[in-house]
Design a protein around this ligand. Structure first.
Ligand SMILES: *Cc1c(COP(=O)(O)O)cnc(C)c1O
Length: 390
């Protein structure tokens, strides 16, 4: 067996590597406090599970689903956009069901990049953007995002020739891994940039519902001209504690949606119709789930952020997402710090450079674990020697 050459471009998935480290530490008998992967620990709400129990018994759900998603699912997505964002979308032309947003995001690069084309990507950023670019034969054009610019992409730093050649740009707010949120002015600028340079703006909005302190994330489709140049990826994963269910949607410019649909209909055969029926029930009742989840996450966030700050760390409290992004202490590199922290305390965090070279010097903590474990984390952080942060 000899893997294809393209496989040499891609590392094992970041969390697959982290799982290995975790297994090694566990084998040594260490009790791990896992602040690693962002996978909701809360179960899928009962009313959603009940809807699935019913939907799975419907024999009409047992054959191949329609490629674009069931009409009822696409209508529910349109209702949700109207209710949540005040945005009107056409369920027949502007909406496509995807097998979780990771799948849709991955395939977007195959739908819109020619070999050699640059894809404009935030660095640090969700690792799938870069890997999908490479596998599609494109060239990642990473744009540094940093604390100094509120993790907003500096559009003026993108050279003209890249803006000319690049068919697509990704952005992700609320952001994984930094927890950053985007201002309205910035999102409008991105849309204008997309229209000006004929760049497809791809907004990854997986965390649109995980938010605190009264802050409500926007849809890019709320901004003037977005329908002409933007698509937006959503997922039920983080919103409804449904990461295992694999259902999401991409919404926006109908021509782009059609291209994605043509690609995907040749690749996968859609999402189990029982899951789509269940997703409708979830979307139509999003408010209660979102409010309950965010109350829980907010309490956890405060325990970890306040606990660390009392110990002399300088950690910012995110307005959205379940991630806390922090500078490594003592000027350490990300990998060295995360290994050292795991060895000395059994706390598992994610190295910032796993999200791109500009993530180095940072680490990410996920609050998808109980209040008790977060208190335990703070207790253990107390034993970790820090000379200086920031
Ligand atoms: C979790 C996540 C996704 C993917 O979620 P799915 O479960 O595939 O829907 C996409 N983008 C970001 C930034 C994420 O953190």
């Amino acid at each position: 067996m000899k893997p294809a050459d393209r496989m040499s471009q891609i590392p094992p998935y970041l969390f697959a590597r982290i799982d290995e480290k975790k297994a090694e530490a566990k084998a040594k008998g260490l009790d791990i406090v896992d602040l690693g992967i962002g996978d909701p620990d809360l179960p899928t709400p009962d009313f959603i599970v009940d809807a699935m129990a019913e939907a799975i018994r419907n024999p009409q759900n047992h054959n191949y689903p329609p490629y674009n998603g069931t009409p009822a699912f696409r209508e529910a997505v349109a209702r949700w956009y109207q209710s949540r964002f005040g945005v009107t979308v056409d369920p027949n032309r502007d909406v496509l069901a995807i097998v979780g947003s990771k799948e849709g995001i991955y395939h977007s690069f195959f739908a819109f990049l020619n070999p050699g084309d640059p894809a404009i990507l935030p660095d640090p950023g969700y690792p799938v953007y870069k890997v999908a670019t490479l596998l599609a034969g494109g060239v990642p054009y990473p744009v540094k995002v940093s604390e100094e610019t509120n993790y907003e992409i500096d559009l003026s730093a993108i050279p003209d020739d890249i803006a000319q050649k690049s068919p697509m740009m990704f952005l992700n707010y609320p952001n994984n891994p930094t927890g950053a949120v985007a201002s309205d002015a910035f999102l409008q600028k991105v849309v204008d940039f997309g229209n000006q340079h004929n760049i497809l703006i791809c907004m990854d909005n997986a965390y649109s519902e995980v938010c605190y302190d009264g802050y409500k994330p926007r849809s890019i489709l709320e901004f003037k001209g977005a329908k002409d140049c933007a698509i937006e990826f959503h997922s039920l994963s983080k919103t409804f504690n449904m990461t295992g269910w694999r259902v999401g949607m991409v919404v926006g410019n109908p021509d782009a949606i059609q291209v994605m649909s043509r690609l995907k209909s040749n690749v996968d055969s859609g999402i189990f119709k029982a899951i789509q029926d269940t997703a409708i029930v979830a979307l139509d009742n999003y408010k209660s789930v979102v409010d309950a989840n965010n109350k829980i996450y907010q309490e956890r966030r405060d325990i970890l952020v306040n606990g660390l700050n009392e110990l002399g760390w300088k950690v910012k409290s995110p307005k959205a997402t379940f991630y806390i992004w922090a500078k490594t202490p003592n000027g350490m590199g990300s990998e060295a710090f995360t290994m050292d922290l795991l060895d000395k305390t059994g706390i598992l965090v994610v190295p910032g450079n796993g999200y791109g070279e500009y993530g180095d010097g940072y680490f990410r903590m996920s609050i998808t674990t109980s209040v008790e474990r977060l208190r335990e984390a703070v207790k253990r952080f107390k034993t970790y020697p820090i000379l200086q942060t920031a």
